[in-house]
Ligand binder design. Structure first.
Ligand code: GYE
Length: 334
């Protein structure tokens, strides 16, 4: 606020002051708005969040976590569901820029093709947080931080478990792989980690690998094709629980017993996946936590206040065998 000029009569000062307060709408309430965005002036941070879609149990739990944490943290959340389409995410981000939100967060459906829109956010001085999935942009100044899992590690843990299981196996072990959404970070990275982990064991062979788009329907459909084309399938590695759950239907329909005739390894550990594991239909799950909401709200407040945040925040997770799933299931919230 401008300093009042000394010669103004006091009644005039009060009137000017009142007018100024009305105009800004911030009646000295400690608003942290920096003036570089924030459509609202009620002291709340406005966070624009572009979600991938609603393709899996993981995603649903992630959306719930983000919405609940925003409400709990007093963050005004503008939520957009991109229905697994990059062009929808780009549109949503451009809308957030236009609305002058304080912070933008998004979970990029694929890794590539974000530089232009991220540059637009940067030029508008709106900080961006990558949540869950990362981008392949060479310019790291386009976003403040990346909060999420180490997907390569998840794939590696899945592969290492399999190597251990098949240690004594002599003949070939035929593996089929259900990949996540083509071009997405978790599909690229889980594939890589798994392949690296089994590489030293030439009898462990990936005989077919295709995308099931992280959905149950996709998993079922692609598994049907795998079963038709390959008479001997020993192992299924599915990049998420949902595709594994869809595949169960195809395997049963083909007259095989999931978890016995075909060893099934998945990633995520959502409740339905954990149930399948506890029931003996899955054999192993590498966990990937969707509960990113509380950390995201904390980061949004920090970057809005101009505080330094680590460039990478990795989610802590574990793995589950059938016995461990039985023990963990009663406590599983999602
Ligand atoms: O594993 C899968 C979801 O990006 C980690 O996306 C996430 C993945 C998750 O559809 O179930």
């Amino acid at each position: 606020m401008k300093r009042m000029r000394d010669h103004l009569p006091s009644r005039r000062i009060i009137a000017v002051l009142a007018a100024a307060l009305l105009a800004t709408g911030t009646a000295a309430c400690g608003n942290s708005d920096t003036g570089d965005g924030g459509g609202k002036d009620d002291g709340k941070i406005t966070l624009g969040f572009s979600q991938v879609g609603a393709e899996s149990g993981w995603r649903t739990a992630n959306t719930t976590s983000i919405k609940e944490s925003a409400a709990a943290a007093g963050v005004d959340l503008k939520f957009d569901d991109a229905q697994q389409k990059q062009e929808n995410q780009i549109k949503a981000i451009r809308n957030f820029i236009q609305q002058k939100v304080d912070v933008i967060a998004f979970s990029p459906v694929v890794e590539s093709g974000w530089d232009t829109v991220l540059k637009e956010a940067k030029d508008a001085k709106i900080p961006v947080i990558l949540t869950d999935r990362s981008v392949d942009s060479a310019d790291k100044s386009l976003y403040k931080t990346f909060l999420g899992s180490d997907f390569v590690k998840e794939g590696r843990l899945a592969g290492e478990w399999l190597v251990e299981q098949k240690k004594g196996a002599t003949g070939p072990v035929n593996i089929v792989e259900l990949q996540g959404t083509t071009g997405s970070a978790p599909a690229n990275d889980r594939k890589k980690g798994f392949a690296e982990a089994i590489a030293a064991n030439p009898n462990l062979k990936i005989i077919a690998s295709q995308s099931g788009d992280f959905t149950r329907a996709g998993g079922k459909q692609v598994m049907e094709q795998f079963l038709k084309a390959n008479p001997k399938i020993d192992v299924l590695f599915a990049h998420n629980d949902d595709m594994g759950l869809g595949a169960l239907e195809a395997i049963t329909a083909a007259g095989k017993v999931p978890g016995k005739d075909i060893t099934i390894i998945t990633v995520d550990a959502v409740k339905d996946g954990m149930q399948a594991l506890a029931d003996g239909r899955f054999n192993f799950i590498a966990e990937c936590s969707p509960l990113l909401g509380p950390q995201l709200m904390d980061l949004a407040k920090k970057v809005h206040n101009g505080e330094e945040v680590p460039a990478r925040i990795e989610t802590q997770e574990t793995t589950f065998t059938q016995e461990q799933a039985k023990a963990a299931l009663p406590e599983r919230k999602y």
